[in-house]
Design a protein around this ligand. Structure first.
Ligand SMILES: Cc1cc2nc3c(=O)[nH]c(=O)nc-3n(C[C@H](O)[C@H](O)[C@H](O)COP(=O)(O)O)c2cc1C
Length: 194
């Protein structure tokens, strides 16, 4: 059982990393095979809107994106998380999401699409962090991650929001939130075991 965690932060010991660790804790305990990646460690160019992927399910840009998609293909569970940068996901995460345009096809009309991962029973938890305690300051970070994940065919079982964390790792002090994250991770792991 493979689980892939995708982190949009470049702070290796940041709040998003801590939140991901708590989400993954039940699966780690249960012996799942986990891989955690930071998008910032990969060279992912911006989508050019060329439509070169429109029938092939493959992006034509030759960089590290294909390597991540291989990991995505192999995983049954996925955790997708990002800090909030200006009311949305980080630019690393946004470039990755844009390139995932290659994971959907529009065979009949532009109103409906089919997704590469639909009926693959891939299960997902999304998570987001921001500095301010007012939820409006998180902007669309969490909803974007969740809508994107559903659009590419993932079954999103939980979404976790961490509000009010600025310094890297400060989220570790919030035991209640980390417990909520673990419960979300347990749900993910239970679903994968079914
Ligand atoms: C460029 C930049 C933009 C940010 N924009 C927001 C924002 O719009 N709203 C907010 O509440 N926090 C914002 N923050 C704060 C981060 O979301 C916060 O520090 C978060 O804990 C960072 O997560 P990390 O430790 O995983 O990197 C911003 C931080 C940076 C560096």
């Amino acid at each position: 059982m493979k689980i892939l965690a995708i982190n949009g932060s470049r702070r290796k010991n940041g709040n998003t990393s801590c939140l991901i660790q708590s989400i993954l804790a039940p699966a780690v305990k249960g012996g799942a095979q986990i891989e955690s990646i930071f998008l910032g460690d990969y060279n992912i160019d911006a989508c050019s809107g060329c439509e070169g992927c429109s029938e092939s399910w493959e992006c034509v840009i030759k960089d590290d994106f294909a390597e991540i998609i291989k990991k995505f293909d192999a995983a049954r569970g996925v955790v997708i998380a990002s800090p909030t940068y200006w009311y949305s996901v980080t630019s690393d995460m946004k470039r990755f999401i844009d390139r995932c345009y290659s994971l959907i096809q529009f065979p009949d009309s532009r109103k409906e699409w089919i997704a590469k991962y639909q009926r693959t029973e891939k299960t997902c938890v999304t998570a987001a962090v921001c500095e301010q305690s007012d939820a409006s300051m998180m902007g669309n970070t969490l909803s974007l991650l969740t809508d994107f994940s559903k659009d590419i065919g993932l079954d999103v079982v939980e979404s976790v929001a961490g509000l009010g964390f600025f310094e890297a790792g400060r989220i570790k002090d919030d035991h209640e939130l980390l417990q909520t994250a673990e419960i979300a991770g347990q749900k993910l792991f239970d679903r994968l075991k079914q």
